[in-house]
Design a binder for this molecule. Sequence first.
Ligand SMILES: Cc1ncc(C[n+]2csc(CCOP(=O)(O)OP(=O)(O)O)c2C)c(N)n1
Length: 388
Amino acid sequence: MIDAAQWTRELRDLGYRFASGVPCSSLSPLQNEILNNPGFDYVAATNEGQAVALAAGAWTGGAPSVVLMQNSGLGNAVNPLTSLTAIFQIPVLLVVSWRGRPGTKDEPQHQLMGEVTPGLLELLKIPHEIVETDQSLAFDQLHRMCRCIRETGQSHAIIVPDGSFSRGRAAPEFAVPERQGTVRDLTGGTGLSGRAKVLSAIVRHPKLDQAIRIATTGKTGRELYTLSDTARNFYMVGSMGLASSFGLGLSRQVSDDVVVIDGDGAAMMQLGALATIGAYGSKSLKHLILDNGCYDSTGGQFSNSVGVDFASIALSCGYAASYRVNCLDGLDQALAENAQGPTAIHMRITPGSMSPLGRPSVSPGQVLRRLRGELCTDTSSSIESIHA
Ligand SMILES: Cc1ncc(C[n+]2csc(CCOP(=O)(O)OP(=O)(O)O)c2C)c(N)n1
């Protein structure tokens, strides 16, 4: 059996300082140690895919990152593991429990996933090992895997059978910031705009001059790229719905302002992200949801957002400020205001996109590298300096 506290300290000594995940009873000794260790910035995710995106954002901001998940959550994480961490070459350490391990007695719902867990990681091309049962071998294994992560730039997974870690401390209490705001309604005026006009206004907004802009999947990223491609842009080409989680992970590591430009379809795909942002976001994070009522990028199919009040949802999730806007004047005003925590802006826009519409010719890896070169991080603890 491995001492969870010591394994956690080894991981911290290896430079890891951001963690996210969704609990699993098999991992709870480890999870609780990480939660109790002040050297880790832990963000509780609402699903495992979100945890991967949070870790990817934190890694981009300079923090080596670990994701803890039950193997049943691997399915939730497949999209960001294939379309975010793999293609942007963002290496995270995955700690995956092994419920339903063949030959052990477990609940029926874990049986099939237990059988296919190593094979699924194999299919995803994620190098993986079962955690060693002997403690000193487990530490050697951790060091070796972290070295591989560093050298290959590839995510690796440690599979953890039930009972591998000794039980230690209980989970600490977490105080969600108490915020009491009201939705500010800045609607009125000049009529709905199309996405490209809104993006032009964001690009020109004096307050966002130096902000990092994270554009959601689909035509939002393509339009932003066409209008103004800069090293401070990040195009979430895949991983629909996870731009805001990536932005949250990043914003916790850097002092730059971060603006997430989301779509209504994407925001609804990962609605739980709003609760995570409400709990862990800071005033440097602005979350703009451009709501055209449809999946515009894939042909304008309706998205069910027609009655969804994103501004109220964000506020009830703990955002410090929340705005409802429907014209460029309202947007300008909402962007100019300062809040004491994360800001949400729900903006109704018209469907449709600019023409001609470009497509990023920079590769995802290049987008990431140039963004990292721009960020104001504490370089003394960045992954490069730790592993130099
Ligand atoms: C998981 C996943 N499902 C579906 C898609 C296909 N897809 C790409 S963009 C998009 C529409 C996004 O809609 P929304 O967020 O409302 O933005 P809009 O296109 O309207 O600007 C869809 C469905 C995808 N990339 N990933």
